[in-house]
Design a protein around this ligand. Sequence first.
Ligand code: ADP
Ligand code: MG
Length: 582
Amino acid sequence: MPIRVLPPEVAAGIAAGEVIERPASVVKELVDNALDAGARSIAVELEQGGLARIRVSDDGSGIPPDELPLAFTRHATSKIASLTDLDALSTMGFRGEALASIAATARVRLSSRPADASGAAYLEMAGVSAGASGTEPAAPGTTVTVESLFASIPARLKFLRSVPAETSRVRAVVQRAAMAFPSVRLRLRADGRTLCESSGNGELRDVMAEVFDPRTAAALLAVAPSPRAPYAAHGFVSPPSMSRANRTGMHLFVNGRAISSRTLSVAVEEAYRGLLMEGRYPLAVLFLQVPPAEVDVNVHPNKREVRFVRDADAFSSVQRAVRETLVASEPVPEAPMLLSATAAAAPAPGSMFMSGLTVPGASGPLPEPGPVGIAERAVVYAPAQPSQQAGLPPLRVLGQVAGAYIAAEGPDGLYLIDQHAAHESVLYYRLLAAWVGGQGPAVQPLLEPLPLELSPQEQEAAEDAREELGRYGVSLEPFGQEAWLLRSLPALARRVDPRRLVAEALEAHQHPGSYPATHQAVAASIACHSAVRAGQVLSAEEMEALGRALVEEANPQHCPHGRPTTLRVSTVALAREFGRTG
Ligand code: ADP
Ligand code: MG
C-alpha cells in the first residue's frame, strides 16, 4: 500500500483510543469538564453500564452558543493558551481533546446555557462533523449525552467487561471526584438507581463514609502536612489495625487530581513499615500539593499518571506526613534485631541452628488466636505416595516452641518445624493434587451464601478467576449490580475469614508473582490463608497430625513461597556443640 493520510474519522478514532478506553473514561472527562466549569452540582446517569447511554449534567459556567462547534474540535480548549501555561495549571483539562475523542467514538449531544443566556444551545455530533443544532429551554449549565459508545469500533467493545464491572469503574471515578471536591455535590444513577451521592457539604469524612463505610471513615486518622516535608500532604489513613489484602483502598491525589503513582503508593506503604503484616495494605485518601511547575501531568492522555520534577521530595512528603500520623496515634514497636544479630554472631554454619534456638520465635505480629482443627483434617488425608528422596524421616513430636515451631525428634537429630510454613505447604500440595486430579478438594457449602462487595478490579478478577476458584471449592457467582455471592469454601479452609480468603485469592490470581500459573498462585494464597498462624497454641494431636502430614508430603522441605518448613540440628552437630567430639 502506498502511504496515505488517513481520513479524518479514522485518524480521530485512533487518537481517541488513548483518551476514551471505556465508559468510565467518558465519565471522568465529562466530570472533569464540569469541575473546571465551576459546577456546584454534577449528576451522572448511566444506562447499561454506560454502553447504551451516559449523561452528565452540571450547573457550571456553560459554553457560549457560538463556541459549541469549537468545543468538539481537537486541541481546542479554553484552559491554556501556551505551553508555559502548563507550569501554572489549575484545571483538570488542558489538552482540548476529550469532547473530540468522545465524538469520535460515540453519538454525542451537548446542550449548554451560560448563566447570562436566556436558554440553552445544543449541538449533536455525527462522528467528527457537526449535525443538528438549535436552541431549547434549560437551566444554566451543561448537559452532555453520550450514546452507543464504541458502536463503530468493535475492537474496543471486545475489551469491555460486564455491565456491573463497567458500572463500578464509573462509580470509582465519581467517588474519586467526590473525595477531591467535597464541596461539590456529585450523584451517580445507574439504570434508575442511585449508586452514590455526596452532599457537597465540604466534609471529606462524609464523602469517605460513602466511599468506604461510616464506621471505617470514622476510624481513619487525619494526616496533616509534616513540618519537615518539602510539600504539603494531608488527608486520612487507616490505623494499622485496619487493612486490606490489596491496594484498592488507596486513593491518591496530586493538586486535586486523582492519580496513580508508584512513588506515592510506595511512600504510603513505607510509612506502615513494621506496622502491617506482609501482603496487607492500608486505606488512604491523601492529597499532595505540589507547585504546578514541579509536576508534569501531561505524561499520558488520560492524565492518570504524573511525573514529579523532584520525585524524592514527593515521596518523603507523603511518607513523613503519614508516618508522623501513625506514630502519634500509637507508639511504633521497636523491631527486635535479635534474629539478624544472632545470625551474624554465629561462628560456624554448623552452629547456626543452635543459635536460632535462643531467638524468640514470635517476632512477627501475632494473628488471631483460636483452635484450628488440623488433627481432623490430617486424619482424612490419605498419603498419595510414600515419601521418597527429599522426604522427611518419621518424626516424634516433642512439643511447641515459642508458639510458632514444633520441636520433633528424628533418627538423625532434632527437627524444628515452622508450624505455619509446614501447614501451608501441606495444604498447598493437597490443593494442587486435587487440581491435577480434576476432582477438586472436599467442599464445605456455606449455610447461607455470603454477599461480597468487590472493587472493580476484584470484580474483573472474579470474572476471570471464577472457574479456577471453583475448582478449589471457592464458588463465587455474580449477584446484582456489584455484589457477588460466595457459596462454598474448600473444606480445608475451616475457620477462616471468607472475605479475606476471597480477596487474597483474587489478588493472587491477578498478581501470580513468581508462580508459573495463576492457579498455583491461587492455591498458595488459599493455603497461606487457611494455615495455622504463628502464635497459635497447638494440641499434641494437632502437632502429631501436622508432623505426619508433612512427612507424607511430596515436597515437605519448603512452603509454597520457598521458605524452609523444617530445620534440622544433626546429632553430630549437637555432639560437637556440647564438646563431645574429640
Ligand atoms: P479541555 O477540557 O482539555 O479543555 P475538552 O474537549 O474536554 O477539552 O473541552 C473543550 C472545551 O469545551 C473546554 O475547554 C471548555 O471550554 C468547554 N467545555 C467542555 N465541557 C464543558 C462544561 N461542562 N462546561 C463548560 N464548558 C465546557
Ligand atoms: Mg476536558
